[in-house]
Design a protein around this ligand. Sequence first.
Ligand code: G3P
Length: 215
Amino acid sequence: MKIFLDTANYEEIKEAASWGILDGVTTNPTLLSKEKEDYKTLLKKICQVVEGPISAEVVSLEPVGMVKEAEELVKIGKNIVIKVPISKDGLKAIRMMSDKDIKTNCTLIFAPIQALLAAKAGASFVSPFVGRLDDASHYGMDIIGQIVKIFENYSIKTEIIVASIRNPLHVVDTAIMGADIATMPFKILQQLVKHPLTDTGIKSFLADWEKVKKG
Ligand code: G3P
């Protein structure tokens, strides 16, 4: 399973990359709005720290406008992937981008059939939002299992990015279900490393080592 960070914060991305486990980054207009730097400069810096896919979202609502934005965004870095919200026009834009060899991440997916349509249009990735489904009293992870099954049924190569992750169990379930990627806030990534038994274990090993040194 690949691990992506869902943030536009350069320091967080640099830190996670230094752990040797970061496979990519997803951003969106909300995440970019939280940062002070100009978004193009920021995306360029992110592309230089992480070799894997870096998603940047278009904001036009019609296909030609989306493709124009995409053509500008891909100039920022060779690993830029264009995030396109699912809609009829979004599907048209994904097909047009796919025909131009521009990689796409179809976002705001809340139903398995939307993921199938995006894959058929040529999306490289689909992003189902599990946390927002949980917020609306639907088990978000249910649609992940369904999308994994559908993609397996038809040998679809589009990768599934489990997005809107809110807790470590979403990540564990992503791995158990066999989805390709979990994208998460840095806070969740930090939670994944920690275990109280690891902390007490290290403390007691160090205390015992002091006894060994004293003889
Ligand atoms: O990648 C999509 C993600 O940013 C949405 O997360 O927490 O705003 O639902 P959230």
